[in-house]
Design a protein around this ligand. Structure first.
Ligand SMILES: Nc1ncnc2c1ncn2[C@@H]1O[C@H](COP(=O)(O)OP(=O)(O)OP(=O)(O)O)[C@@H](O)[C@H]1O
Ligand SMILES: [Mg+2]
Length: 188
């Protein structure tokens, strides 16, 4: 995978397949301990204990079109190559939480990538889902909630070009404020 935003896209696809209607994406940088944490939390169908034990393996999948499922194992591989790890918690009919951490300064840590594009693409493809993006650097935090935007917009659909464009710029601004100078690929 080329960057973290693409991993987020991939993991959120799992949440959508699991019939979630609220998906929280929490990206937290802890510069004092050199760690970046990415958490994706959903309220979908979840996994039972036995399935969960094996889900990090590429051979565990409920896909029917091929026998391997790569989303989680690739995300774990990216975390491990940056001295991090990946953990999953899930409860049947409650939801799933996937958390990956990375050493920020590790040479193999993937860059954040175009997170605004990931979020706007998700909104356009499944506008009825509530997406919450929370970014935090331990000093300041930024929250975006697609449901709040929908309420504010009233009759105007969230998928309208101007609205999507505004959301993208708003998230980009948030990324600069929260991660500028904290993640070295992002300039404040
Ligand atoms: N958020 C989730 N809620 C419920 N089940 C999940 C969730 N995420 C993953 N799973 C289950 O774990 C399996 C493995 O997920 P993974 O992303 O690794 O592969 P995949 O989605 O099957 O295939 P790919 O990601 O390559 O398209 C899925 O097939 C699904 O059954
Ligand atoms: Mg997947």
């Amino acid at each position: 995978m080329r960057d973290l935003s693409l991993h987020v896209m991939d993991i959120v696809q799992n949440s959508l397949s699991a019939k979630s209607d609220r998906i929280d994406i929490i990206i937290c940088a802890r510069p004092e301990i050199d760690i970046l944490e990415i958490t994706i939390k959903d309220n979908g169908i979840g996994m039972d204990e036995d399935f969960l034990k094996e889900v990090k393996s590429p051979f565990k999948t409920t896909r029917t079109t091929r026998k391997v499922g790569l989303g989680i194992s690739l995300f774990e591989a990216s975390a491990k190559s940056a001295s991090g790890e990946l953990n999953i918690n899930s409860q049947k009919n409650v939801g799933t939480v996937i958390k990956a951490c990375f050493k920020i300064s590790h040479i193999d840590r993937l860059p954040l990538g175009d997170l605004a594009q990931t979020i706007t693409t998700l909104i356009m493809s499944q506008p009825d889902v509530e997406y919450v993006l929370n970014m935090d650097n331990q000093k300041e935090c930024f929250v975006f909630n697609s449901y709040d935007i929908k309420k504010t917009m009233g009759e105007v659909p969230i998928t309208q070009y101007e609205v999507i464009k505004w959301i993208g710029e708003y998230i980009d601004e948030g990324i600069k404020i929260i991660f500028g100078g904290v993640l070295d690929e992002i300039h404040s």
